[in-house]
Design a protein around this ligand. Structure first.
Ligand code: ATP
Ligand code: MG
Length: 553
């Protein structure tokens, strides 16, 4: 990745300031070390991209390293499919972890050892209350919890029970290991939290080796310490867990104690972000899978045609703060357009075709030429076939024209982009009065570049030769939810029924033939050859984003 596309370089958010200060104060003995710790229970979304860009970005900027660590402590929900998808996504975003790909499960034996240490030190006990009883005795924000009747078990009894838990002598839920902290703590997380639970479920990596699994709170801080994470960056919902993070590390024998630093989660308007809700969209068939181009997943954005550089730019623009907020979709669109404006060659496609017959054009047709990019002559030009029958956009004709209409209507002229000026002489309608074709005349001496000062076209429109144009499916997307914050409502009933439209379009031939994935279709937006469905004989384009603010479907 080069310097220009990681706008975060030398960023000055509170996390980077903190790291700079820690470096100045000599608090970082090794090198800045961060980690991105996904749980492999779903596909990554753009919220994760924020965390990825932050953790890997910070490591890059400060000459440090970043781990990709799978937080795989819950075999019930996790799957190798997600592991593979996450690896692909982080790579695709442009980040590299070198040989620092780890799993919480790599540390299961050490985690177990530390748990026995806690028991020996009287800091953990085996509790035989049911999950429901543990919940109901935890107290509330205003009332303290009630101590478990098993809190007073002897070290010997605890050790014996814990070892037998590991051996598989008990059923799921029969016992748990709990930290012995403070049932009256104002912080509910400190009221003897569960450290281990019994789960007779094989693990995707460790198989049948374990039937007890450590909890996130217990595991995460220890993995951070073992990996020498100098700055453990996580989202704000873990702020209340920080005392527990610190308690665990203070209570065991590790010589490294990372600081946990929280930042706000990314929320995007008109979408849901949590994996649980995204799961539901997929499982209930509201979308066509995790990589549906309407999904806020990395896989969905990639399939839609968004580039990694655009996502990195977006993440650096939104910055890192402690303020939770919903970011406007326009902000993501801005980064997408900005990235594609310079790099995407131009082409013409007519999405809703209306036939135009040029009555005074004799001959088969001719080849015109058009630059691939008006500002980048070095990108070269393409041949553009013109002929006696062309397609124009249905809504580039109106009869009668609304006020200030800058397109075609009966008796009026428009310029065909890169070609000639035409005038509409006659409108052909069917029995119901629908416009089915236009008869036009063209002005032979009005070819693009020639002097046609005597003619007064209303505007410039795009077109495609009917004889040469290639039929293509074009998919247009709108927001998945009209609701600004759908997670707050019964969201699956609010899926926007018009969020996906597929049109039978006509595309100029060179766009289909060129070995280039992304184009700007003039006046229509940026488009991407769908990586799954697009075939040379059956072209399929996804609209990545329109040309102007706001989605247009
Ligand atoms: P979800 O609720 O979507 O499942 P999660 O936090 O449970 O998210 P993890 O796989 O545990 O998902 O997340 C890995 C990392 O990504 C964590 O450090 C988490 O804080 C961060 N992360 C997750 N969602 C966001 C978000 N919306 N914005 C920023 N960071 C996020
Ligand atoms: Mg999670």
């Amino acid at each position: 990745m080069n310097d220009t596309d990681s706008g975060a370089k030398g960023g000055s958010d509170f996390i980077r300031s903190r790291i700079r200060r820690d470096l100045d104060d000599g608090k970082v003995e090794t090198c800045v070390t961060t980690r991105f710790p996904p749980e492999p229970n779903g596909y990554l979304h753009i919220g994760h991209a924020k965390s990825i860009c932050l953790n890997f970005g910070v490591a890059q900027e400060f000459g440090g390293v970043c781990y990709l660590r799978f937080d795989d402590t819950n075999p019930l929900k996790e799957d190798e499919e997600y592991v593979a998808a996450i690896i692909e996504d982080v790579h695709w975003l442009g980040f590299d972890w070198g040989d620092r790909l780890t799993h919480a499960s790599d540390y299961f034996e050490q985690l177990y050892g530390f748990a026995e240490d806690l028991i020996r030190d009287g800091k953990a006990y085996v509790c035989s209350l049911s999950a429901e009883e543990i919940r109901s005795t935890r107290g509330t924000l205003t009332a303290p919890g009630v101590a478990s009747p098993y809190r007073g078990r002897s070290v010997a009894e605890n050790l014996d029970l814990f070892r037998r838990m590991r051996k598989g002598e008990f059923r799921d839920g029969e016992h748990v290991l709990r930290a012995k902290i403070d049932m009256a703590s104002p912080n509910v997380n400190m009221r003897d939290p569960v450290l281990y639970r019994i789960r007779h479920t094989p693990h995707q990596r460790t198989g049948d080796a374990w039937c007890i699994y450590p909890t996130y709170d217990y595991t995460h801080c220890i993995c951070d310490a073992l990996e020498g994470i100098t700055h453990s960056l996580c989202t704000l919902e873990f702020e209340d867990h920080r005392p527990l993070y610190d308690w665990v590390l203070d209570s065991i024998n590790v010589n490294f104690h990372p600081p946990q630093i929280e930042f706000s989660r990314l929320g995007l308007e008109h979408t849901v972000m949590s994996k649980r809700l995204l799961h539901q969209l997929v499982a209930e068939g509201h979308v066509d899978g995790w990589d549906d181009p309407r999904m806020p997943t990395i896989a969905g954005l990639r399939r839609r045609g968004v580039t990694p550089a655009a996502i990195r730019d977006f993440c650096s623009r939104i910055g890192v703060t402690k303020q939770d907020n919903l970011i406007e979709l326009a902000s993501l669109d801005f980064s997408v357009r900005q990235d594609l404006e310079a790099s995407a060659p131009r082409g013409m496609a007519v999405l809703e075709p209306l036939k135009v017959i040029i009555t005074n054009y004799d001959g088969e047709g001719e080849m015109l030429s058009a630059a691939w990019h008006p500002q980048h002559p070095e990108m070269g030009s393409r041949e553009l076939p013109f002929g006696p029958e062309i397609f124009i956009e249905r809504d580039d004709f109106a009869d009668p024209p609304p006020p200030k209409y800058r397109r075609l209507s009966e008796g009026e002229m428009v310029r065909l982009r890169y070609a000639y000026i035409i005038r509409c002489d006659e409108v052909v309608t069917d029995a119901e009065g629908n416009v089915v074709a236009l008869h036009c005349t063209y002005f032979q001496n009005s070819k693009s570049g020639a002097d046609s000062s005597g003619l007064k076209p209303k505007g410039v429109i795009h077109w495609v030769s009917a004889q040469h144009g290639v039929k293509a499916s074009v998919r247009l997307f709108d927001v998945l939810f009209k609701e600004r914050d759908p997670a707050r409502i019964e969201f699956t009933s609010a899926v926007n029924p018009g969020s996906k439209r597929e049109l039978a379009a006509v595309v100029e031939p060179e766009v289909v033939h060129a070995d280039v994935p992304r184009f700007q279709f003039e006046r229509q937006g940026y488009f991407f050859k769908d990586p799954v469905d697009h075939k040379p004989g059956t072209p399929v384009f996804n609209r990545i984003v329109g040309l102007k603010e706001g989605f247009k479907a």
